[in-house]
Design a protein around this ligand. Structure first.
Ligand code: HEC
Ligand code: HEC
Length: 80
């Protein structure tokens, strides 16, 4: 009986940890398909709008990395 309870406890713990992990992972959205976003832009261009003091700053939980294309991709179809 005791072994079973331990096993159950371990199972629940692993499940909850997995849930936390999944919720903590945020996937970077694709770069929008619109006139503000054009292929050929470099991170410096992106920051002219998404820099901290510009018109469309990234959220405060955004990763502190400015190599945009490490995480954000252009939409698979279309794009400019
Ligand atoms: C001319 C200003 C401008 C430039 C330059 C620009 N953006 Fe944006 N970006 C916006 C605006 C406005 C939005 C929000 C509205 C929208 O979705 O188009 C946005 C939204 C985004 C989003 C969020 C999309 C979503 O689904 O939430 C990402 C990611 C993004 N931009 C990445 C980039 C990257 C990477 C670059 C450089 C290649 C870049 N942007 C250059 C204005 C700009
Ligand atoms: C280390 C990975 C990573 C890099 C590098 C990165 N991003 Fe993001 N970005 C994310 C993730 C994850 C999200 C979604 C979570 C969030 O909203 O904070 C996101 C969300 C965004 C959004 C929409 C939500 C918001 O916070 O405004 C914009 C706009 C954006 N990124 C722009 C950029 C630009 C521009 C660069 C380069 C200067 C860049 N990102 C570099 C991972 C990254």
């Amino acid at each position: 009986m005791k072994g079973r309870r331990m096993a159950l406890f371990a199972l629940v713990t692993v499940f909850l940890l997995a849930l936390l992990l999944i919720r903590g992972i945020q996937f970077p959205p694709d770069i929008p398909f619109d006139l503000d976003h054009r292929r050929g832009q470099i991170p410096g261009d992106c920051l002219s709008c998404h820099g901290p003091d510009e018109r469309f700053p990234r959220g405060k939980n955004h990763p502190l990395v400015d190599e945009c294309f490490q995480c954000h991709s252009w939409p698979a179809a279309g794009g400019r």
